[in-house]
Design a protein around this ligand. Structure first.
Ligand SMILES: [Zn+2]
Length: 154
């Protein structure tokens, strides 16, 4: 077995495997999860891995299970991702991410004059809609973000 195959099949004992991440978004997923700063376990990242539905990225995080809030954030940039919680080498939970209808403190408003970008202690808040594509609407100024959401992550 060569090194690449080994990485691909290596199973983790406890942790989370995020599969079917939109190709190119794995590093943004890590950013959302605050990795490397917040993780103790080994993190493996597979970029452009061939899958059943085309290429995808995969992230494996040992010794950590994601919470609902983190999963919701991942959905914004990787709407087809699946979250597999691994316990004792077995998949104990498998779930698809689902897009939240509201996010707070996740994305920066594109409007430089928005109150959420001022020095006031105002947390950014967006309503999320999916109408063909994903759109975020700032609840303060009404501006939309629909492209490159990953670029606006806080
Ligand atoms: Zn705004």
């Amino acid at each position: 077995m060569n090194e690449e195959q080994e990485l691909r099949v290596k199973r983790i004992e406890n942790g989370t495997v995020i599969d079917h991440i939109t190709a190119g978004q794995a590093l943004n997923v890590l950013k959302i999860l605050g990795i490397p700063d917040s993780s103790q376990g080994v993190v493996s990242v597979l970029l452009n891995s061939p899958g059943k539905f085309g290429i995808k990225d995969v992230v494996k995080i040992e010794k950590r299970e994601l919470n609902v809030r983190e999963v919701d954030r991942i959905a914004l940039i990787a709407p087809n991702a699946t979250i597999n919680i691994i316990r004792n080498f077995n998949v104990s939970q498998k779930k698809k991410v689902h897009i939240p209808i509201f996010v707070e403190g996740v994305v920066r408003c594109v409007n430089p004059n928005c109150i959420s970008n001022s020095n006031e202690p105002v947390t950014s808040k967006f309503n999320v809609s999916v109408d063909g594509c994903l759109r975020l609407r700032c609840t303060y100024c009404g501006r939309f973000i629909s492209e490159d959401i990953a670029k606006h992550l806080l």
